[in-house]
Design a binder for this molecule. Structure first.
Ligand code: SD4
Length: 325
């Protein structure tokens, strides 16, 4: 399945891949195409978990993690837990192109983005995100991402919701680690996109609201180079999605690219990176998609069924591939 230019994205984010393809097909470089593609996802609020109005944190606020990496120069720009600015990938590009830093965080990332001309401050909540948060708040007395803490003893009416129901009305409270229920087939959370342009240059980008009901201040794998994405012109690229708190401990996309550098095929490299994580964390959910410089692509996943989208010169339109665990 060789050939480039090529655009690959996590999940069936078809419109995002079309937008990136349009850019790369008319001669834009890989970085520009990634920004076009990820911006399209942010504007469309893909899955309700990318861009404004998506997954709220424990306090009901939506924030943004984003990463952009140029595989030709190994420049990286990232914003983490950014507040009040909806344009994650563009903010990451500003960090990459107009600073000597790699990552800015929180309010200070927003201040920088706004000072450089991005719209804001903007309220990133939507009626959907507030509704989701209120429901969670009423029904869960133990926040999802806390452990080894004394539980509060009053909680709202018990209402099982996926496997997230963790409080029973009254004072007997079972603490469970429900983190894995926070990413799932209907809660994909992340676009991670890789592009090889007509010149053979590689770039990747990621944009996400991060984990739903995270503790405010939490930074996921999204803005971490090597974790949610990695690109190197000499080798290829990788994008990841899933339980970022676990995945960022393994830098799976760095692993994938380094394995391909040693000669592994994309499929094997992807499987290897995922199985290293699964060996230590058998309950985790995650996936990676890999492409090499020949434009060959493959995915691997664990704990859920994964889909990724591809557009290359052999295809009339974006094609969605399904990968079973
Ligand atoms: C995170 N990796 O912040 C993101 C969430 C995700 O599919 O990708 N979910 O942990």
């Amino acid at each position: 399945s060789g050939k480039y230019p090529i655009v690959v994205s996590t999940w069936p984010f078809v419109e995002a891949v079309r937008a990136a393809w349009k850019a790369v097909d008319k001669g834009s470089d890989a970085v520009e195409a990634v920004v076009e593609g990820c911006s399209a996802c942010e504007e469309l609020r893909c899955d309700g978990t990318v861009g404004p109005g998506g997954s709220p944190d424990e306090n009901g606020e939506t924030t943004i993690d984003a990463l952009l990496m140029n595989g030709a120069t190994m420049e990286v720009g990232a914003v983490a837990a950014m507040r009040y600015v909806k344009d994650g990938i563009k903010a990451a590009r500003l960090v990459m192109q107009h600073t000597k830093h790699t990552m800015l965080v929180g309010d200070r990332a927003s201040d920088f983005a706004i000072s450089m001309g991005l719209p804001g401050p903007t309220n990133l909540s939507s009626s959907e995100s507030m509704e989701k948060w209120k429901k969670w708040k009423e029904n869960h007395c133990q926040p999802n991402f806390r452990k080894n803490v004394v539980p509060v003893d009053s909680c709202g009416p018990y209402e099982p919701e996926d496997s997230m129901g963790i409080c029973s009305a009254g004072s007997s409270i079972e603490i469970v680690d429900s983190r894995t229920s926070l990413v799932g087939p209907h809660n994909h959370d992340t676009i991670s996109m890789a592009v090889i342009d007509k010149m053979g240059h590689v770039a990747v980008g990621t944009s996400t609201n991060g984990a739903t009901f995270k503790i405010p201040g939490r930074v996921g794998d999204g803005p971490i180079a090597g974790s949610s994405a990695y690109a190197d012109d000499e080798v290829g690229a990788c994008g990841a999605t899933g339980d970022g708190d676990i995945m960022m401990r393994f830098l799976p996309c760095y692993q994938v690219v380094e394995s391909m550098r040693q000669g592994m095929e994309p499929k094997l490299a992807a499987k290897d990176a995922i199985s290293r994580i699964a060996k230590k964390f058998p309950d985790f959910m995650g996936a990676v998609v890999a492409i090499n410089k020949k434009g060959e692509h493959a995915g691997a996943c664990y704990g859920w069924t994964f889909q990724y989208s591809v557009r290359n010169p052999d295809m009339d339109d974006v094609k969605v591939f399904t990968v079973l665990p």
